[in-house]
Design a protein around this ligand. Structure first.
Ligand SMILES: NC(=O)C1=CN([C@@H]2O[C@H](COP(=O)(O)OP(=O)(O)OC[C@H]3O[C@@H](n4cnc5c(N)ncnc54)[C@H](OP(=O)(O)O)[C@@H]3O)[C@@H](O)[C@H]2O)[C@@H](O)CC1
Ligand SMILES: [K+]
Length: 499
């Protein structure tokens, strides 16, 4: 599903209006959708609508009118003079026949539900003065809150808090989600998000051409790898994972096992001499091969059947790892660079980006967490310190000419061509030691099956989140590859794959 910035949403509104649906008709539908949700949230008791001076407030007036018509005890507080309302909001206020209370914090009372219609997409600066005091009073009131479009105080495009923000129980938005419904901290402030149809047709998207998407199976279903009935293991690719030395081999094994579970036909751990025994003793279906340095890796990669490579988990930081990375890039293998492979370039990230650029490879994925991201892209961050996570990752993909996946709650994946996805399915208990190693392996397993890099990264992130849900609280990283078959089975069922 597409995600629209507030600017793109405005364009959608304009296109719908140009197509013959009036702005007021859109507002009526929006207000109705809010009223429907309000009726679900407050079966009885009074409802207080707090309206701002723009169209978000207009939606609030429509909802108030509709709820009063359904027999609810509704009151409306307006943050400005009624006479200062304009356009559709003024029309909506005309439809409201009840009293309009002035902005007085002492009149909030004890409603069963507060409808937050203060600010939506039009919020363009930090909230101060009366509006801020009202937001704070709504928070202090403690009644459940239904926010219209966005919790007031949350920037729709970045998800940032603009001074102060309402924490909604539920948010009703229109046509498509906005980035703030998925990006933190916005996502937390939205509560449950409902997307209402207000009569804008999908045809407007052909003109808007959105480049941001929810990371959900519909987005990558068309490239989801299903082994053909007449296939063999080599057709499903051969992934290799570089192991660290004797004291840090577990990360590569976790990664390798995840790649195999994801469906790569073969997976090998490439191990230095000192760790061969440890790796061989701990692995069965995953193979082990000796590999001591970049020359050794180059030799192994002469085998064209090896088509995907994971470097980073437990690899060690320094020149040796840098040499392994440049060798793998030069060999033009689909590549996941994680953890130590990224930190090894912290002093000279330009060197990594230049190597990627020269290779012309489109199948390189960088999977940093926030710390590693800062190490690689500090120059860019310092230039634009206030960018949202979405904008930062998109800029990083453009700068590095690689797919960039920034881990954390609400993982963002961006492609150098501008496309980006935001995931919202990962549970908090997924943040545990070794979890990232599993993710890199899952993606490596998808690359081995020739899934294009951007989609492989998106798919890996979503499935990683699902394995976290499947394993549940208390999980450790070892559990994740073990529950991957259950996640895959559900996807097969969802996609209608015969098996
Ligand atoms: N377009 C459509 O057809 C449809 C739109 N719909 C609805 O309209 C909503 C967008 O409406 P909107 O553009 O009127 O802005 P809204 O969020 O009500 O803000 C009002 C004004 O507040 C001001 N302001 C900003 N920041 C401020 C601050 N910190 N402190 C104080 N003031 C501040 C700023 O005006 P300014 O002061 O900059 O002149 C801004 O214009 C959208 O979220 C959806 O609910 C639906 O009905 C479907 C059809
Ligand atoms: K709102």
């Amino acid at each position: 599903m597409e995600i629209l910035t507030t600017g793109e949403m405005e364009q959608a509104d304009r296109l719908a209006i140009a197509g013959g649906t009036s702005g007021f008709a859109l507002m009526l539908r929006a207000g109705q959708a809010v009223a429907d949700t309000a009726a679900d949230l407050a079966e009885e008791g009074s409802i207080l609508v707090v309206a701002g001076c723009g169209n978000n407030g207009g939606d609030g007036f429509v909802a108030a009118t509709e709820l009063a018509a359904r027999g609810y005890d509704v009151s409306v507080i307006l943050m400005c003079e009624r006479s200062s309302l304009k356009g559709d909001a003024a029309l909506a206020a005309k439809g409201w026949k009840g009293p309009v209370l002035p902005c007085d914090l002492s009149t909030l009372g004890s409603p069963a539900l507060i409808i937050d219609a203060l600010f939506g997409a039009g919020l363009n600066r930090p909230v101060m003065g009366d509006a801020r005091a009202m937001i704070e009073a709504i928070i202090a009131n403690g009644a459940p809150v239904l926010s219209i479009d966005l919790p007031s105080g949350i920037n729709g495009t970045t998800g940032a808090i603009m001074g102060a923000a309402i924490r909604a129980t539920e948010t009703v938005t229109f046509f498509r989600r906005k980035p703030a419904h998925l990006l933190l901290p916005g996502r937390i402030f939205c509560g449950r998000v409902r997307v209402a149809d207000i009569g804008i047709t999908d045809a407007v998207l052909h003109k808007i051409r959105p480049i941001t998407f929810e990371n959900i199976p519909d987005y990558w279903q068309s490239v989801f790898p299903v082994p053909p009935i007449d296939g063999h293991k080599y057709a499903r690719g051969h992934a290799v994972v570089v192991s660290g030395n004797l004291t840090s081999t577990g990360a590569a094994r976790l990664s390798a096992r995840s790649a195999l579970r994801m469906g790569a036909g073969l997976v090998s751990v490439l191990s230095p001499d000192d760790a061969l025994g440890a790796n061989a003793a701990a692995l069965t279906a995953v193979m082990v091969r000796r590999m001591n340095d970049a020359a050794g890796l180059a030799e192994i990669l002469e085998d064209r059947r090896i088509n995907a490579c994971v470097i980073g988990p437990g690899a060690g930081i320094g020149e040796e790892t840098r040499a392994l990375v440049t060798t793998a890039i030069a060999a033009k293998r689909a590549l996941v660079l994680d953890a130590d492979a990224l930190t090894s370039f912290a002093d000279a990230p330009g060197r990594l980006f230049e190597t990627i650029k020269q290779s012309g490879s489109a199948d390189i994925i960088l999977t940093p967490h926030e710390g590693e991201f800062h190490r690689l892209f500090s120059e860019m961050i310092e230039k634009h310190p206030l960018r949202s996570k979405l904008e930062r990752v998109r800029a990083a993909a453009e700068r590095s000419e690689a797919v960039v996946l920034l881990k954390g709650p609400g993982t963002v994946v961006a492609s150098p061509d501008g496309r980006a996805t935001i995931a919202a399915n990962a549970p908090p208990w997924l943040a545990t030691a070794g979890s990232g190693d599993v993710l890199s392996g899952m993606i490596g397993g998808l690359l081995a099956q020739r899934v294009p890099a951007f989609e492989a990264a998106c798919m890996g992130v979503w499935m990683h989140g699902e394995t976290g849900l499947e394993a549940g609280p208390g999980l450790i990283a070892e559990d994740l590859p073990e529950v991957l078959p259950a996640v895959l089975r559900r996807l097969y069922d969802r996609f209608g794959v015969d098996y």
